[in-house]
Design a protein around this ligand. Structure first.
Ligand code: GAR
Length: 218
């Protein structure tokens, strides 16, 4: 990917505040992506309303109607592929992807995970960071591979956990960071500055051994 207006599909399951950030940043010219479609596994996801309001085509497939991950994923791809997406943005898409899906879009799927990966893959990341007494926490944009929350990291946003902060309070601050860093990371990939090859991330052709990091001071 090395051209502007990269055709980008965004996949959601819920509120879609990250989706909204992409929509707003495209509208303001901060990023230059073509959000060609928004897909959800949940017909009641508020993010679908956000997409419709922005005039973006939407589709929805209920995962509970399928008896295997791959069958659902093939139905998802059947909705996405007519748009010929060059980049897939998982924005609170709460489904584990089948190996088939990851290979079908190899190197073209990004996810945001609310932790400083490799710390805290999986769920309840904020509470786990608080319970561990961590001084810092954050969120990570990474390429998706077959390993859950395990693909090469691209960009992290980091903050200091406040004394006595609850998981809910932390989540609000982490989400505000996500809204800034996710579109930025997607643009780097769309522009070909960050690439994926053989399970690794590269920046300007050099292996990206550590993710890019932005510290957000209090
Ligand atoms: C985001 O905070 C994202 O980090 C998280 O879901 C939220 C979706 O919010 N994703 C995961 O936990 C993936 N493992 P949104 O629907 O308001 O964008």
């Amino acid at each position: 990917m090395s051209h502007s207006r990269c055709k980008t599909a965004i996949l959601i399951s819920g509120s879609g505040s990250n989706l909204q950030s992409f929509i707003d940043q495209v509208a303001s010219g901060s990023i230059d992506l073509d959000i060609c479609t928004v897909f959800s596994n949940n017909a009641r996801a508020f993010g679908l309303e956000r997409a419709k309001k922005a005039g973006i085509p939407t589709s929805c497939v209920d995962h509970t109607a399928f008896d295997s991950r791959e069958a659902f994923d093939r139905a998802t791809a059947a909705e996405l592929d007519p748009y010929e997406p060059e980049l897939l943005i998982l924005a609170g898409f709460m489904r584990i992807l089948s190996p088939w899906f990851v290979r079908h879009y190899e190197g073209r799927i990004l996810n945001i995970h609310p932790a400083l990966l490799p710390l805290y893959p999986g769920l309840n990341t904020h509470q786990r960071a608080i319970d561990a007494g961590d001084a810092q926490h954050g969120t990570t944009v990474h390429f998706v591979t077959e390993e859950l929350d395990g693909g090469p990291c691209i960009l992290q946003g980091r903050l200091a956990i406040r004394r006595g902060e609850t998981a809910e309070q932390l989540n609000r601050r982490i989400q505000a960071i996500e809204h800034q860093i996710y579109p930025k990371a997607a643009q780097l990939v769309a522009d070909g500055e960050i690439t994926f090859r053989d399970g690794r991330a590269f920046r300007d052709g050099q292996p990206l051994t550590e993710p890019l990091l932005i510290d957000f001071p209090d």
